[in-house]
Design a protein around this ligand. Structure first.
Ligand code: ACO
Length: 333
C-alpha cells in the first residue's frame, strides 16, 4: 500500500496589502522589503473570514480535482498556527463540519511553517498502514490575526491564505510519495514564538493586553539557522534516496524569504525554472505556503502528472521537514 499525492487546491483572500501601505503603517520602505525579502504584497482575510473558512475553500477545490466524492475522505489534518479558536475546537473539526463531514477523524497540528510537511508525513503513515484511504491535508492561516502591525520586523512578512491536498491509497509504486524527513529543536524555541496566552507564559492581564498573542521573531538569527537547516535537509533526503537535484521537476520551498530560497537553490545548483517562487505575491503564509505554491504551478499548467516535487520547510519550534513527492493527479494543459 502506498500514499499518492492526488490533488491540490488553494484559496487566497482578495484584499491585498502592499509594501506602499506598510510604508504608512511602520518605518519601512518598499525598497527595503523587496531587497531583504523579495515580498511585494500579501493577501489579508476579510473581516470575519476565519482560517477554517479559507481552509474549506481550498479543500473543496482539492476534493473536486481529486475526482473523489466528498464522502470518500476519511481523515482531515489541518496545519495552522492561527486556528479559529486558541485551544479547542480544532480548526480541522470546523473544516470537516463546514464540508458536511461529521464523522471523520479530524485534528490540527502545530509545527508553524513546517506544518504542511508534518501533516503530509502523518497522512502518508496512515494511508500506508491501511488505516485511512483518503486524507485531506489542509494548511490554512489567518496570520494577520496574530501579527503586530506596529512591529516592522514581522508585519512586512506575513499574509493569509490556505492550501489543501488529497493523499490517497494506491497500489502503484510509481505514484508513491517517496520519502519525508521531519525534525525539530526546541532549544531554538525563543527565535520565533507567541510568548503570551499559553499555559507556560508568565503574564498578568496588563501584559496580555499590551503584548497580546502576537508573533515575535529574532529574524536575523532565524535567517541563518533557516538557510543551514533547509540546505542540509534537502541534501540529506536527496542523497538517502539516490536522487540527483537535476531530477527534481519542482523545488517547492516554504516561502519565507527570497534570499533564503535563493541560497538553498544555489547550494543545490538548481536551475531557475526548477524553483517555485510565490513569496513576491503572497508573503509568508506559514503552514499554507507550500500547498499554495503547489497550487500556483498547478493552475499555471506547470505541474503535470509524474512531475517530481521536492518540498522543503522550516519554521517556529524550531521545526523542519522535506519531502520527495511525485504528483499523481492530472495536470491542466
Ligand atoms: N524596514 C526597514 N528596516 C528594517 C525592517 C523593515 N521592515 N526590519 C528590520 N529593519 C532594520 C533593522 O532594524 C536593522 O537595522 P540596524 O542595522 O540599524 O540595526 C536592519 O534593518 C537589518 O535588520 P536584520 O534583522 O539584520 O535584517 P535581515 O536582513 O536579517 O532581514 C528578515 C530581516 C527579513 C526578518 C530576515 O531575517 C528573515 O527573513 N528571517 C527569517 C524568517 C524565517 O524564515 N522565519 C521562519 C519561518 S516563519 C514561521 O515559522 C511562522
Amino acid at each position: 500500500m502506498y500514499a499518492a499525492f492526488r490533488s491540490i487546491g488553494a484559496y487566497v483572500p482578495s484584499r491585498i496589502l502592499t509594501n506602499a501601505e506598510l510604508e504608512v503603517m511602520v518605518d519601512t520602505s518598499d525598497e527595503w522589503i523587496t531587497k531583504r525579502t523579495g515580498i511585494k504584497e500579501r493577501h489579508i482575510a476579510a473581516e470575519g473570514e476565519t482560517t477554517s473558512d479559507m481552509g474549506v475553500k481550498a479543500a473543496e477545490l482539492a476534493i473536486e480535482r481529486s475526482g473523489l466524492s466528498k464522502d470518500a475522505i476519511d481523515m482531515i489534518i489541518c496545519a495552522t498556527i492561527s486556528p479559529d479558536y486558541f485551544c479547542m475546537p480544532s480548526t480541522a473539526t470546523i473544516i470537516a463540519t463546514k464540508l458536511g463531514l461529521n464523522k471523520v477523524m479530524a485534528f490540527d497540528i502545530s509545527a508553524a511553517c513546517t506544518g504542511f510537511v508534518y501533516a503530509l508525513s502523518i497522512a502518508k503513515a496512515f494511508v500506508e498502514s491501511g488505516m485511512k484511504k483518503n486524507v485531506l491535508v489542509v494548511g490554512a492561516e489567518r496570520l494577520s490575526a496574530i501579527t503586530d502591525y506596529t512591529d516592522r520586523g514581522t508585519c512586512i512578512l506575513f499574509g493569509d491564505g490556505a492550501g489543501a491536498a488529497i493523499i490517497s491509497q494506491t497500489d502503484k509504486q510509481s505514484e508513491a510519495i517517496i520519502d519525508i524527513h521531519t525534525g525539530s529543536d526546541g532549544a531554538y524555541a525563543d527565535l520565533l514564538m507567541t510568548p503570551n496566552g499559553g499555559s507556560g507564559s508568565v503574564h498578568d492581564e496588563l501584559d496580555r493586553e499590551a503584548a497580546g498573542c502576537f508573533m515575535k521573531m529574532k529574524g536575523n538569527e532565524t535567517f541563518k539557522v533557516a538557510v543551514r537547516t533547509l540546505t542540509n535537509d534537502v541534501v540529506e533526503i536527496l542523497e538517502q534516496n539516490n536522487i540527483p537535484a537535476s531530477a527534481i521537476t519542482h523545488f517547492v520551498p516554504h516561502q519565507a524569504n527570497y534570499r533564503i530560497i535563493k541560497a538553498v537553490g544555489d547550494a543545490l545548483q538548481l536551475a531557475e525554472e526548477q524553483v517555485v517562487l510565490t513569496v513576491e505575491k503572497y508573503g509568508n503564509t506559514s503552514g499554507a505556503s507550500i500547498p499554495m505554491a503547489i497550487n500556483d504551478i498547478y493552475e499555471s499548467g506547470r505541474l503535470q502528472e509524474g512531475d517530481l516535487m521536492l518540498l522543503d520547510a522550516f519554521g517556529g519550534g524550531l521545526t523542519w521537514g522535506s519531502a520527495l513527492v511525485p504528483f499523481s493527479g492530472k495536470g491542466i494543459r
